[in-house]
Design a protein around this ligand. Sequence first.
Ligand code: OAD
Length: 244
Amino acid sequence: MRIPKRLVNDLISAKKIVALTGAGISAESGIPTFREAQTGLWSKYDPQDLATPQAFKKNPKLVWDWYSWRRELISKSHPNPGHYALVELEKQTQSFTLITQNIDNLHSKAGSKNIVELHGNIFRTKCSIENTLVNKWDQPRSSPPRCPNCRGYLRPDVVWFNENLDPKILQAAVKAAENCDVFLSIGTSSLVYPAANLPIIASHNDCTLIEINPSSTPITSLMDYVLKGASGIVLQKLMECIIQ
Ligand code: OAD
C-alpha cells in the first residue's frame, strides 16, 4: 500500500489529532465485529434481545451471561499492531485524543493514555438501579449477581441501544472533534450515532479527514484520504512513514 506523502506531512505537522475507533481495530485481535455479514455478532444475535435495557428487564440472566461470555473472550485477547501504532502516534503528537466505541479495553492495555470510551467498558460493572460502579459482590447461585448495597441486579457498565451516552463523555468527544487538525476514522461502519456524527463535526472545521477500513462506509465520500485495508497493517505502515 502506498501512503500519500501529503497525508504523512499533515500528520507530522498536526498539533491536535483525534482518532475514532470501532470494532474493526480489534478484529485482528480476534474479537468479532458487529455488522459484518458472516462473522459480525449482530448476524448471529439480535441486539434487541441482548443489548437493550428492555432485554435486561425481560431476561437479566440471558443478558448477563452473554456479556460474561464476551468478557471471557475479550480477556484472552491482546492488542494488535493497530492499537500499538496509535500509542506511538499519541507519543508523537502534542495533543492526541483517542475516542473509541469499543468496550474491550485494548487501547488501554496497549498503553494509550488519553482515551474517551463512548460506549463504556465491559470490565466495569454497575448497579442497574443506583447506576453506581460496583467492584465486589457475592457470587450468586444464579446470575446476575446483586448489588451489595440495594440488592438490585448488577449489569455491565456499557451503553446499550435505547440508552443515552454519558453527556460529559460525549461532550469531551465533540470538543476534541471540533478542535482537531487531523481526524482519523478507523475500523467503524459509521452507522451508529452519535459516534458517526463526530467526523461530520470535524469536517466543519477544515481538518484533514482520513478513513482506514477495508470497506466503504456512509462517510467515505467526506474523507480527504481513504486507506483501504486492515488497520493493523495500514496503521503500522503509516507510523513507519512518520517516524522515518
Ligand atoms: P461494526 O461492526 O458496525 O463495523 C466494523 C467495521 O470494521 C466495518 O466497517 C468493517 O469493514 C471494519 N473492519 C473489519 N475488519 C477490519 C480491520 N481488520 N481493520 C479495519 N477495519 C475493519 O462496528 P462499529 O462501527 O464499531 O455499540 O459499531 C458501532 C457500535 O455498534 C458498537 O460500538 C456497538 C455496536 O452495536 C454498542 O454496543 C452500543
